[in-house]
Design a binder for this molecule. Structure first.
Ligand SMILES: Nc1ncnc2c1ncn2[C@@H]1O[C@H](COP(=O)(O)OP(=O)(O)O)[C@@H](O)[C@H]1O
Ligand SMILES: [Mg+2]
Length: 152
């Protein structure tokens, strides 16, 4: 497990951007952590890094938002408002099976069983008013490749 401290919001965005530029279709990132810990901020950086120029907001209405970047489609899912009973009918495969898709999932624990096994887990935590800790865990070869891109 690798952990990074982001002392500023810009640093969180930069970490997202680095992964967003390296991610390839089929990659899945599971972003866990409490409200305000920086998950959506990270996704905003990720979309920029992937070359998406429009606005990236939290998917407060509905489950997902889609951002079309030059070489991939980013699916930003936020499962926060879901209840267990909703899960069988969500059709999350629509996102995970998109051959152009890269999926970023906030509140992944709510649909743990529906997540692809190969995924990069990032745990966000508050470490001060303006400081966040990001802890990375790669589950599978795809996720390891993606995580290695942070090292270069
Ligand atoms: N180092 C940091 N990284 C990310 N966000 C930060 C940081 N410092 C302060 N913030 C603030 O914390 C909030 C994070 O919100 P958001 O990204 O929506 O969190 P989440 O999606 O986890 O609920 C934003 O208001 C952002 O400006
Ligand atoms: Mg959020």
């Amino acid at each position: 497990m690798r952990a990074v401290t982001a002392d500023t919001e810009a640093r969180t965005r930069a970490l997202g951007a680095a992964l967003g530029s390296s991610a390839v279709p089929g990659d899945v990132l599971a972003l866990s952590g409490p409200l305000g810990s920086g998950k959506t901020t990270f996704v905003q950086g990720f979309a920029r890094g992937a070359g998406f120029r429009g606005a990236v907001v939290s998917p407060s209405f509905g489950l997902a938002r889609r951002y079309r970047a030059p070489t991939k489609t980013i699916h930003h899912l936020d499962l926060y408002r879901l209840a267990d009973k909703d899960l069988p009918n969500l059709g999350l495969e629509e996102y995970f099976d998109d051959p152009r898709g890269v999926c970023l999932v906030e509140w992944p624990e709510i649909a743990a069983k529906a997540l692809p096994p190969d995924r990069l887990e990032i745990r966000f935590d508050h470490a001060g008013e303006r400081r966040r800790k990001l802890a990375f865990r790669a589950l599978g070869g795809r996720a390891r490749r993606l995580l290695r891109s942070l090292e270069t």
